[in-house]
Design a protein around this ligand. Sequence first.
Ligand code: SAM
Length: 279
Amino acid sequence: MTNLKKENDIQLYVVATPIGNRADMTFRAVDILKSVDLIACEDCRTSAPLLEYYGISTKLVSYHKFNEKQRTLEILKLIDEGKKVALISDAGTPCISDPGRVLVQELFEKGVRVSAVPGACAVPAFLSMVPRFGEEFSFIGFVPRGEKQQQEFFEKYRSFDTVFYESANRLQDTMQNILEFRGEKTFISVGRELTKIYEEIRYGTIKEVIKYFENNTLKGEIVCLLYAQKTADGDDLDLIDKIRKLKKSGYSDKDISTILSSLFDVNKNKVYKLSLNIK
Ligand code: SAM
């Protein structure tokens, strides 16, 4: 069934399920879910149709944020008795903005062998299909609600490409806050309904994307990438972009610092130093 060494030692499998397209279930996920004694799932009603589709008739038990402490104890007891358990969530990878962390942490501390059966997850799927200008990114789960919390969040992650989840009916308000706190030059990618019929990616300035969704369907599941505005050293990416363009047009570092410092409120010396370092 699998070539994983010491498969027999594994007591809890953390199994990813599709994020929209049923065919994204892995062969191994099906094998493991059939073989375990119990599947802990976020909502049995949501998982039942998928499991039935793949001919998986293993017993189900709910595991969600309101019963995770109690269920963790029950699962530990079963594992102590030699049973094998799999954890799934409604969609995608458990523990990624989904229940599971309490269980995994508890089992880890007790020395129980936990192993992942990887598969679909909205974050890597999305990151593999949008423009990106560097490898690093932050992922924060669901964007905080409330204007003040959002302002702090957008400030905190100014230097990072930041991936977040948001609901379709809050997205326009959140993007308006981004526009207000970060300004028009902010770039964003919005992924909607990934792996499903109406899959869509929108990339552009925050203003363009807000305008687009004023006139087009905004429903379904959403994941966003808010692009960094400053480098990790605090340098303004917009300024760096301007320097790059002037360099391409053949201007010297000295000319660039004179031009940009006279047009914008930036220190001439700082521009010169930045320019020296930009290829
Ligand atoms: N554990 C899941 C994963 O691996 O992606 C995420 C669970 S979280 C509760 C659900 C959120 O993930 C949705 O509200 C949406 O923001 C995002 N998401 C899940 N599936 C998606 C999809 N097909 N397209 C876009 N975003 C999706």
